[in-house]
Design a protein around this ligand. Structure first.
Ligand SMILES: Nc1ncnc2c1ncn2[C@@H]1O[C@H](COP(=O)(O)OP(=O)(O)OP(=O)(O)O)[C@@H](O)[C@H]1O
Ligand SMILES: [Mg+2]
Length: 503
């Protein structure tokens, strides 16, 4: 580690660099130098005022505070890093103590002074205050990376006399967060150039770091644009209207372009449900899989939204037994072609047909992706199917993940879906450790196949216009190729260097 890094980390965070190394697990040991240098690069370029605030927060911590404890106020002070902390907080490979600390970033008690927020709130609500008889609570409910949440009660003129007041929250940006996010992103942009120049020295894969950064930055700026969240909330409310096990907070008429007023949800993080019975937690697990994954992929409706940020602070188990899905600032839509390609990867896997899997992968990746990258990873994924592993949705997502890490290009919506999938995978494992995500997804696919069976009699055999996106011809081919596929799964591997699956 460079001496500048040492000095920066030691003075700014009072973290012993050796302790920082301990934060990055052995499995990712090759990345330790990058993490330390990246953090130092970031801190060195932060404006003096913000660095001063970070130092003051560090000084307020107990002298013996661990490195992981010291990291949290630093991440909380930098919205882009705060988001990163939330995404890795459920990664099973991290040290359990670090994970526990990072999980605090998912939802936090508010540290924003009420005196700074109230005048903004009253100004924004303006004439609505009287019209809806709004009363604002003294204390904030919570905050996370960009927003602060304030409880309110209100009533409508149409409410009958004596009706109980309605409970709501106002979500507004923490004062100064837009500027902080802009500064974070500007520095991270420079960091991506720095990494690109030194990728060989750091032993990093040959990726277009700047382009990846631009895409992530574009998504992060959505976090502070409330018009996105409000239109997503409306669409999600419609999407889940038939589901009695899911709550999406209703958007209220006194929302403005910088304030989202919505129904208040009563509950707790889905991961803080140790007091629930095993069967309630299993129910919650399945509701999450269906609402956030199966319903997104197993759909013929291109308008179906997926939640782009399903960390545990955005998923609540409500007091009345539902799954509440909060914070719709980041959301996306898959295309029908994406869904078809995803199912074709699995169909190809079931038939042990590497060429079919590669063809489907090619339909998801951009033109710049090298053929050899696709072949290598498809070959490796097919190799994993030897023995008992089944080519289910998590197998397909791992293949796409490996491809992305090797430089394959994916559209931003697919990168967001991949990030959401892996965030959710970690949360699900904490909600119900004994439940299987792959099993739940395969169960949902089979249920969809059964539901669409009668309509297969009326459609041409090659039509993929089904929720599963699998044609009757595909199904026949899976059955017809079963004996060969089984043989290929158990054929001994002769050589590691030659491709087993591509002629
Ligand atoms: N409608 C609601 N009812 C009750 N609590 C809510 C509601 N919306 C948000 N919260 C609470 O406030 C926290 C922060 O809200 P939200 O997630 O919308 O903010 P954020 O800063 O955009 O979060 P993130 O860091 O995930 O982007 C939530 O984790 C939750 O605890
Ligand atoms: Mg949130």
């Amino acid at each position: 580690m460079t001496s500048v890094t040492n000095v920066m980390l030691h003075t700014a965070l009072q973290i012993d660099p050796a302790e920082l190394d301990g934060l990055v697990p052995e499995r990712y040991a090759d990345y330790r130098a990058i993490v330390a240098d990246g953090l130092s690069f970031f801190l060195q370029r932060l404006s003096a005022g913000r660095l001063g605030e970070i130092l003051a927060a560090q000084a307020g911590l107990p002298a013996g505070a661990s490195a992981s404890r010291r990291l949290i106020p630093l991440l909380h002070a930098c919205p882009a890093l705060h988001k990163l902390g939330q995404v890795i907080a459920r990664n099973a490979h991290l040290d359990p103590m670090l994970r526990r600390q990072l999980q605090r970033l998912e939802t936090m008690p508010s540290q924003t002074p009420a005196g700074q927020v109230r005048p903004i709130l009253e100004r924004e609500l303006g004439r609505h205050m009287r019209r809806y008889r709004i009363r604002i609570a003294e204390r904030h409910l919570a905050e996370a990376s960009v927003a602060v949440i304030v409880p309110m009660t209100w009533s409508d003129r149409a409410d009958p006399p004596g009706a109980p007041r309605r409970h709501a929250v106002a979500k507004l940006l923490k004062p100064g967060v837009t500027e902080r996010l802009e500064e974070d992103l500007e520095i991270l942009g420079r960091l991506s150039d720095y990494l690109e120049e030194r990728q060989a020295a750091y032993g990093l894969p040959d990726l277009d770091y700047h382009q990846i950064f631009d895409e992530v930055a574009e998504l992060l700026t959505h976090e502070v644009r409330f018009e996105h969240e409000q239109s997503h909330l409306r669409a999600a409310a419609k999407q889940f209207s038939g589901r009695t096990d899911v709550q999406v907070p209703a958007l209220l008429p006194f929302s403005t372009s910088t304030l989202t007023a919505m129904e208040r949800v009563y509950g707790k993080k889905v991961t803080d449900t140790h007091s629930l019975t095993a069967s309630r937690r299993t129910g919650l697990f399945h509701a999450m899989v269906r609402a956030l994954l199966s319903q997104v992929v197993l759909s013929r409706d291109p308008s179906v939204l997926f939640h782009g940020d399903p960390h545990a602070g955005n998923l609540f188990a409500t007091r009345d037994g539902r799954l509440a899905i909060l914070d719709w600032s980041l959301a996306g839509r898959l295309t029908t072609a994406d869904r078809e390609a995803l199912s074709q990867i699995i169909v190809g896997g079931l038939r042990m047909d590497a060429r079919a899997v590669a063809r489907a992968v090619r339909n998801l990746t951009g033109r710049g992706t090298r053929e050899v990258t696709i072949r290598t990873h498809v070959d490796e994924a097919m190799g994993q199917l030897r023995g008992l592993a089944l080519p289910g949705p998590t197998w397909a997502m791992r293949l796409l993940d490996a491809l992305a890490l090797s430089g394959a290009r994916f559209a931003p919506r697919l990168l967001l879906f991949r990030k959401a999938f892996f965030t959710l995978e970690g949360v699900l494992a904490d909600v119900c450790p004994e439940c299987s995500l792959e099993g739940a997804l395969i169960g949902d696919v089979l249920a969809a196949l059964v539901r669409e069976w009668p309509s297969r009699l009326l459609r041409p055999p090659l039509s993929r216009d089904y929720a599963t996106h699998v044609s009757s011809g595909d199904l026949l081919r899976i059955v017809a190729s079963a004996p060969t596929a089984l043989l290929r799964r158990w054929r001994p591997i002769h050589s590691h260097s030659e491709s087993m699956f591509f002629p």
